[in-house]
Design a protein. Structure first.
Length: 237
């Protein structure tokens, strides 16, 4: 059991600290992954951003994903080829289905990021975080899209998931860390003492605070470096 998402993030952060990762960047799956990822980013002194995934439903069966769109410049489209073939969807039909979901992806991007550009993951150690995973489908899509963006490596970090899901994610990512792997997986909220639904406004507030913390820390480092340089100069004068 975790007290809440913050507690889960602190425990994940402590595990990841031991790895001494090079150039880490933390990406959260919104909404529930954001408070977990914010704590991981704090522990690693790493920037925090989002990976926004929008499912593209099959014709007449919107819960069955034929594809997913992953936010980026430009967005990535990841196909579920078995479902595409089962529905005999050609390129034109797929383009129509994908176009129908683009406005919601762009709405979420505008709501969560505002004018902030997504952080580049090229050459970085990317840590993808959620508050848990049942099937891991969204996480798999995120990993496959991120691989196209030339990261150094991709690490999945989860507080809880069933063992079979962890095994599947381990085949997609360079490293998968999951703190709790119950054999009989229940609803995700079962593993948290406090597991509220999060609003868009709460996500935006967490991201804004994380950016402000990073900017403040960067300014402190610059000021310290300048003070040290001045001290050396004065000593040599």
């Amino acid at each position: 059991m975790f007290r809440d998402r913050q507690d889960a993030g602190q425990k994940l952060g402590a595990s990841l600290e031991l790895l001494q990762l090079k150039d880490p960047i933390v990406l959260a799956l919104p909404r529930g992954g954001v408070p977990v990822a914010a704590e991981v980013a704090k522990a690693l002194h790493a920037p925090l951003d989002l990976v926004i995934v929008r499912k593209v439903g099959a014709p007449g069966n919107p819960e069955l994903a034929v594809a997913a769109i992953v936010d980026g410049e430009p967005p990535d489209v990841v196909l579920n080829r078995e479902i595409v073939e089962a529905y005999s969807l050609g390129d034109s039909a797929l383009r129509v289905l994908i176009a129908q979901e683009r406005p919601e992806l762009e709405r979420r991007r505008a709501a969560y990021r505002g004018r902030e550009l997504p952080l580049s993951v090229a050459g970085k150690t990317v840590i993808v975080v959620d508050d848990g995973a049942a099937t891991g489908t969204t996480m798999k899509v995120a990993i496959r899209a991120l691989k196209r963006r030339s990261p150094r490596k991709i690490i999945v970090a989860l507080p809880v998931a069933p063992p079979e899901t962890v095994d599947e994610l381990a085949q997609e990512a360079d490293l998968t860390i999951c703190l709790n792997q119950p054999a009989r997986f229940r609803a995700l909220g079962y593993y948290y003492g406090n597991f509220p639904q999060l609003s868009d406004d709460e996500v935006i507030d967490m991201l804004t605070l994380a950016r402000e913390d990073r900017r403040s820390a960067a300014q402190t480092r610059r000021s310290g470096a300048m003070a040290m340089a001045k001290s050396r100069h004065d000593a040599q004068s």
